[in-house]
Design a protein around this ligand. Structure first.
Ligand code: B12
Length: 210
């Protein structure tokens, strides 16, 4: 892990909130050329900026259009600098947001980290109904199921899909992540033996190298 300088972060953040997409693209490209890892860019530019934007938005210091614009720019950068994929790999993962969960950027990063590690990732994106997740898992038969949950209000939906997945696929590895689990993962997950909470992309990388 190579630490990204605060000056680079600030320059990225300011360009992002000003809607200067070319400047943001240029900063990311230069960092990649300088040998920075995509995961560090995800964490120290994209995630850090979006968390800060979330706070500004929460305190009415940023409008909804400004937040949406910054989010769109980050999404376009994730796509532009995405790994190419490994559709021939037999190590399969299904990465999805739970039902009514529209925060999909974290899940997309997770999917890309799997791909960087050589996995074939089936990324489903935002808000997939529990029933459909179950059907898809049966169809693909992945080695790992990765669920993303950000909005605490979706607790019932999270428990619903985890209950069903653990009942129908008792031996499959299920990993979960997202901000809703940040403070109480032990309590929420206590009854599930084969469900593992992973708090960051670096922990995910370590999990995949195990
Ligand atoms: C952008 C954004 C949106 C966008 C999302 C667009 C999109 N395409 O994703 C939109 C406009 C849709 C949105 C809507 C809402 N949002 Co919003 N949003 C955000 C914001 C600003 C950024 C989210 C983000 O992308 N963060 C960056 C990613 C990279 O971080 P991350 O999700 O935590 O993911 C990391 C880890 O958690 C982990 N991870 C995540 N998932 C997984 C899964 C696995 C398996 C693993 C291993 C790891 C992992 O890896 C990632 C990289 O480290 C956040 C602020 C914040 N603090 O994040 C608020 C925030 C998440 N939103 C919030 C709220 C309240 C809402 C709304 C209710 C607002 C409203 N009144 O309508 C709705 C709810 C929509 C819904 N039902 O989901 C709250 C949530 C509070 C909570 N935890 O309950 C936040 C925290 C803002 C705040 N300060 O209050 N939002």
């Amino acid at each position: 892990m190579k630490e990204i300088k605060q000056s680079h972060f600030l320059s990225f953040f300011n360009s992002l909130v000003d809607g200067e997409k070319e400047k943001c693209t240029h900063i990311v490209q230069s960092l990649l050329n300088d040998g920075y890892d995509l995961k560090d860019i995800y964490n120290e530019l994209f995630k850090k900026s979006l968390y800060r934007i979330g706070k500004l938005w929460d305190h009415d210091k940023m409008s909804i259009p400004e937040e949406h614009m910054a989010t769109q720019i980050v999404e376009s950068l994730i796509s532009r600098f995405a790994p190419v994929g490994n559709s021939n790999s037999d190590r399969k993962v299904v990465v999805t947001c739970i039902d009514k969960e529209f925060h999909e950027i974290g899940a997309k990063m997770v999917s890309n980290v799997f791909e960087l590690e050589g996995w074939n990732s089936y990324y489903l994106g935002a808000s997939v109904p529990s029933k459909e997740i179950l059907k898809f898992v049966k169809q693909i038969d992945p080695e790992v199921i990765a669920l993303s949950w950000s909005l605490y209000l979706n607790l019932g939906r999270f428990l619903d899909v985890v209950d069903h997945l653990t009942r129908f696929f008792p031996t499959k590895k299920i990993i979960v992540g997202g901000q809703a689990l940040a403070e109480n993962s032990d309590k929420v997950l206590k009854k599930y033996k084969n469900v593992e909470y992973i708090d960051s992309l670096h922990s995910l990388e370590a999990y995949l190298k195990k």
